[in-house]
Design a protein around this ligand. Structure first.
Ligand code: 4AD
Ligand code: MG
Length: 431
């Protein structure tokens, strides 16, 4: 076999004869010329087949290739100013690896439901490559951020007996002679980790049986969650702000081309710099009232409220100290205002909604025991979690960021469904 060259590295091979291994993205012909757009996953390049340069049967083959036929193309790499990647291939040979008759996704516009049904093929398009490469960059940045700061990666289990984020969104499954839930969050295990390792993070898939069909909810999504011992609400907000700034600027630095493909203005991302505004829940209520929104004190915010609040700021905003009644059982109450929880939500700008939820955890045994009962959870199942308050309990805090929400915002996508290779939603289990 000839030396394999990837399209993204084509500039290293100017003037050489190379072989590309890929698929036909598009084709047009004019007289003695066929113009093949060939993709190999790393890029798309125009391959020019001139009748005079190839055997007759190769010219005929090139002129009959259909979209997504698997092909090997050999030719000389030439500089070409008009091409988007700056090079084209002057073809000496084309061979067909396998045909692709009637490929369902053509260059014309398709509806979202059709594209979602064909997600396994839709992944071949340039736009999906841009989104999923940005997702990859976000994940690399997430890991680098915590790894470089001495956090230990401690993976949390997927099967768990504990409801972390309320009992209404649990997926449950048979587990031998008992029942298990699919994890909603690794937080509770992270808290054990933080007491052992000081600062930890987990990163993995989490599950919620979300019955709402919104543009922000998946039933399976990836969450990164740091947790630190001897840490309070303010310190976890500092961390969240540094973290989001780092992740966004990494994408701006390294994925400019992909942002361009998505027509996402990098200037909107470049201004994501610390400090982020911090407002209390009560101040957020005042903003809402000022805009004619009648949310009553005590309710959690929905997507509409989040959009109104985030419109006031040019970068993410952190809202802290929600009423304890609308938040999870594990949150510590504010000693100065016991009706408030020491929690924080970070809202992305431009109406992309909540990307981070977190806060300081209840660290007193009796208080936590009471909260578990008040939320009608079973203290036996949470005994191991209560143990953490028996043996050297300390203030601790952390947060979770949903990768798909963050990627949707960074890419400027209104819906989270394209931010994960195979989205899972209430009405979507296939492909
Ligand atoms: O606010 P949430 O529910 O917080 C927790 O799970 C905490 N236990 C995290 C922690 O403190 N360690 O979820 C955190 C984030 C949300 O801000 C959002 O980005 C994402 O997870 N998220 C979802 N993303 C997609 N689809 C869903 N159904 C999501 N639910 C939450
Ligand atoms: Mg939340």
């Amino acid at each position: 076999m000839a030396e394999r060259v990837w399209i993204e590295e084509i500039s290293d091979h100017e003037g050489e004869e190379v072989t590309l291994y890929g698929w036909l993205y598009n084709r047009r012909s004019s007289g003695k010329l066929h113009f093949l757009q060939v993709r190999d996953g790393t890029g798309v390049i125009q391959c020019v087949v001139f009748q005079g340069d190839v055997p007759q049967e190769v010219f005929a083959l090139a002129g009959g290739l259909s979209q997504e036929s698997a092909v090997q193309v050999r030719g000389a790499v030439k500089k070409d100013k008009r091409s988007p990647i700056g090079y084209e291939l002057s073809v000496s040979h084309v061979s067909l690896v396998n045909e692709s008759p009637d490929y369902p996704i053509g260059p014309k516009e398709h509806g979202v439901a059709f594209l979602m049904d064909n997600r396994h093929l839709w992944l071949r398009s340039s736009r999906q490559h841009a989104i999923l490469r940005i997702r990859h960059e976000v994940i690399r940045a997430v890991r680098d951020f915590f790894d470089d700061r001495g956090f230990t990666l401690l993976d949390a289990p997927v099967f768990t007996p504990n409801a972390c984020e309320g009992t209404t969104t649990l997926f449950s499954t048979e587990y031998f002679n008992t029942r298990a839930y699919l994890t909603q969050s690794g937080q509770l295990y992270n808290e054990a980790g933080a007491m052992g390792f000081g600062k930890v993070y987990c990163f993995g898939p989490t599950f919620r049986a979300e019955k709402s069909k919104t543009r922000r909810h998946l039933t399976e999504f990836w969450m990164v969650e740091p947790e630190m011992a001897y840490c309070d609400l303010e310190q976890t907000m500092d961390l969240a702000e540094a973290f989001v700034t780092y992740v966004v600027q990494r994408v701006v630095d390294r994925r400019r081309r992909e942002l361009e493909t998505l027509e996402r203005d990098p200037a909107l991302l470049e201004r994501v710099q610390r400090p982020f505004p911090r407002i209390s829940y009560s101040e957020a209520i005042d903003i809402l009232r000022g805009k004619g929104n009648e949310t009553t004190w005590g309710e959690d915010f929905g997507g509409d409220e989040e959009t109104v609040i985030s419109a006031e700021f040019d970068r993410p905003v952190m809202i802290h100290r929600y009423p304890a009644q609308c938040k999870a059982f594990y949150m510590k109450n504010d000693p100065a205002h016991p009706e408030l929880a020491l929690c924080v939500d970070m809202l992305a700008p431009e109406g992309y909604g909540e990307i981070i939820g977190g806060g300081q955890r209840e660290d007193d045994y009796q208080t936590l025991h009471g909260k578990i009962e008040a939320h009608q959870l079973s203290p036996e199942t949470f005994q191991w979690y209560l143990d953490l308050r028996q043996y050297g309990s300390v203030p601790h805090a952390g947060f979770g960021m949903g990768i798909e929400r963050a990627v949707a915002w960074i890419c400027g996508l209104k819906h989270v469904r394209e931010t994960i290779p195979f989205p899972r939603m209430m009405e979507r289990l296939t492909p």
